[in-house]
Design a binder for this molecule. Structure first.
Ligand SMILES: Nc1ncnc2c1ncn2[C@@H]1O[C@H](COP(=O)(O)OP(=O)(O)OP(=O)(O)O)[C@@H](O)[C@H]1O
Ligand SMILES: [Mg+2]
Length: 315
């Protein structure tokens, strides 16, 4: 696998420092620093407009930053673009593939542009499109088109796969197909940088991730580390008929964090049963009623909320 040529795991596949980018008045990136290790799957998680595509496209050499440094596989875009092109596989957020070509022809076209790589048949098999090989692109479903564009990204047997929102708009089964293809690529030693606004996708695929919002990295770590940062692995979400002073909630048993989300309170807790029992007592003593109550295991969405006061999935 390419990895043996390019060094072992543990080295950096991608490194950027101080990336900044404006589009007129819009500040897309403020100062983004990232380090992606070889062999890992790194996720950029953030809401619409956070700067994910801008970041990934700068790293892919498709956009120029206004400021900052980029190193990919230890090389820079200014003097090694030809070598980098041959070692990277890129799936854009929106890919327009030629609608009148057959699946097999599209993959052959991409394969012909790369100096090395698997056979056209094996690429088609990797993305489970064997039975669609003779179909026209315009006859494919959304999920099949995404898999075809993944086959194109894999055509040159890349060291790094860049995936910008690989599963947006897909049904659960198609999403799992894409995840399986990513996991197989990883198992062969490949590095992945992906963007997503799905917390479950980030949790499922990424070894480490950066949560990005308004052009800045808010926090970085493994999904487990980020969730552990909340202090409690359960969330109690509730609403009272009249608001109480939120500081009172932090005194309830097992509570590690208190957050407010439009009309709701969210408590991170180590022991939801104890917290909920105390919450009912508090409501009674205060003469208010609990009008909504739910609990769940803490997720990256809760991490995002704790950092921004907003919910990731509603953006
Ligand atoms: N070509 C452009 N011209 C003007 N503004 C742009 C351009 N590209 C991006 N922007 C702006 O930069 C900001 C970051 O956009 P970007 O596409 O990087 O976000 P994103 O995180 O990928 O969002 P999404 O989840 O919607 O894909 C947004 O405010 C966007 O409107
Ligand atoms: Mg985007």
């Amino acid at each position: 696998m390419p990895e043996s040529e390019s060094g072992g795991r543990g080295e950096l596949a991608i490194r950027c420092r101080g990336l900044a980018k404006r589009f007129g008045e819009t500040v897309a990136l403020r100062s983004v620093d990232l380090e992606v290790r070889r062999g890992e799957c790194f996720g950029l998680l953030g809401p619409n407009g956070a700067g994910k595509t801008t970041t990934i496209e700068i790293l892919e050499g498709l956009q120029f930053p206004d400021a900052g440094e980029v190193e990919v596989l230890g090389l820079g875009w200014a003097d090694s673009s030809a070598e980098l092109r041959s070692r990277l596989g890129i799936q854009l957020q929106e890919t327009e593939l030629p609608e009148r070509l057959k699946v097999r022809e599209v993959v052959a076209l991409f394969r012909a542009m790369t100096p090395r790589g698997p056979t056209v048949e094996s690429l088609i098999d990797q993305v489970l499109l064997g039975d669609k090989s003779g179909s026209l692109v315009r006859q494919l479903s959304g999920g099949q088109k995404q898999r075809l564009s993944l086959a194109c990204a894999l055509a040159g047997d890349p060291d790094i796969l860049f995936l910008d929102e690989p599963t947006t708009g897909l049904d659960p089964q198609s999403r799992r197909h894409i995840w399986d293809i990513c996991n197989e690529f990883r198992a062969r030693g490949g590095t992945i940088l992906l963007t997503t606004h799905f917390m479950d996708e980030a949790e499922r695929l990424a070894d480490r991730l950066a949560i990005i919002d308004q052009g800045k990295v808010l926090v970085e770590g493994s999904p487990r580390e980020l969730i552990a940062g909340l202090g409690g692995d359960h969330i109690v979400d509730f609403e009272m008929s009249a608001p109480l002073d939120p500081s009172v909630y932090s005194t309830l048993p097992a509570v590690t964090r208190v957050d407010s989300v439009v009309g709701h309170q969210r408590l991170a807790t180590l022991a939801p049963h104890r917290t909920i029992q105390a919450l009912f007592q508090l409501a009674e003593q205060s003469g208010v009623e609990m009008t909504a109550l739910s609990t769940h295991n803490a997720t990256l969405d809760d991490v995002f909320l704790a950092m921004t006061g907003r919910q990731l999935r509603d953006n």
